[in-house]
Ligand binder design. Structure first.
Ligand code: RRO
Length: 295
């Protein structure tokens, strides 16, 4: 990667044209929308609500299916884009099949989505360390590209789930997916989202994501990719200090536009210069050395 600031899964991630625009805007890599074995329409509207403090979504995994999506990955690779394919499934073999096809199409890595908070079969995998290990191991046996595991914050002990993924062979942990949440319309007196529950992203979840990255960094040796509510270079610095080796930006693209990637990379560069550092690695996990919190 040319820099450690990626586009997160789920935002502008369904066509090679939008993903290429994000890369041209300065992202170090782009993560696709989660792709499954078969096409999927997703949930009925309303599927998205801007709550001011964050954005609530229940898209329901809409995607064209792997057979169609391999063309998008091939086009991205022809244009020299660093692309990470987000993958979901309902069984371990399905994850392995989709991951394999996207790697064959040229994806540089895969990110296994175990963490959609409102498609229960997918979200439940991330809540069960044994299932996380089983799916991760199956995918690792069938692809030779790096395998990232994206975790849900909707668990009691995210570090133990990360540990299970590491032991099963994961190459990196991405934390976190959205936080299970809801909104109610007081005039219609019913939930706003057609799916009732959704996933909260954006500034409201940043402290939760940061805490998750901090805990995971203490539990595993593999790299952690921080994601959740990052909207400025200052937020990004916090994640590196908590232990992230790279970060992802999603909702901030909706809030601030594509210029967010250069704002963050340039802000990071100036911060490193001010602190007398020549590489980002020099600040990864640095907040831990000053921690007096009980382990
Ligand atoms: O498509 C979605 O509704 C969705 C997914 Br797959 C996910 O992983 N996280 C999220 O907030 N929404």
């Amino acid at each position: 990667m040319r820099n450690p600031v990626m586009l997160s899964a789920g935002v502008l991630g369904i066509s090679h044209r939008t993903l290429r625009r994000v890369y041209e805007a300065g992202a170090g890599a782009v993560v696709t929308k989660s792709i499954g074995a078969e096409p999927r329409k997703g949930f009925k509207n309303p599927t998205l609500v801007d709550l001011g403090v964050g954005v609530l979504n229940a898209m329901g995994l809409p995607n064209p299916g792997v057979k169609e999506f391999v063309k998008e990955v091939e086009a991205l690779k022809r244009d020299g884009v660093c692309v990470i394919a987000s993958v979901y499934g309902f069984r371990a073999e399905e994850y392995a099949q989709v991951a394999g096809e996207l790697c064959d199409a040229g994806a540089d890595a895969v990110e296994l989505n175990y963490s959609c908070p409102h498609v229960s079969q997918v979200g439940l995998i991330g809540q069960n360390p044994q299932l996380v290990a089983e799916v991760t191991e199956t995918v690792k046996h069938s692809v030779s590209k790096p395998v990232y595991v994206k975790l849900t914050p909707n668990v009691t002990d995210i570090a133990s789930v990360a540990k299970a993924a590491e032991e099963a062979g994961a190459d990196a942990i991405t934390a976190i997916n959205t936080v299970r949440a809801m909104a109610i319309d007081i005039e219609f007196q019913r939930p706003v989202l057609s799916a009732v529950y959704g996933g909260l992203s954006g500034p409201a979840i940043k402290p939760i994501a940061l805490r998750a990255v901090y805990e995971i960094y203490e539990a595993v040796e593999i790299p952690v990719i921080g994601v959740g509510g990052i909207t400025s270079w200052r937020d990004a610095v916090e994640f590196f200090l908590a232990g992230a080796s790279a970060i992802q930006v999603g909702t901030a693209v909706y809030l601030k536009g594509l210029s967010i990637f250069r704002q963050i990379t340039q802000g990071l560069k100036r911060y490193l210069e001010r602190k007398g550092c020549s590489t980002i690695e020099e600040i990864v996990g640095k907040a831990h050395k000053h921690s007096s919190s009980p382990k």
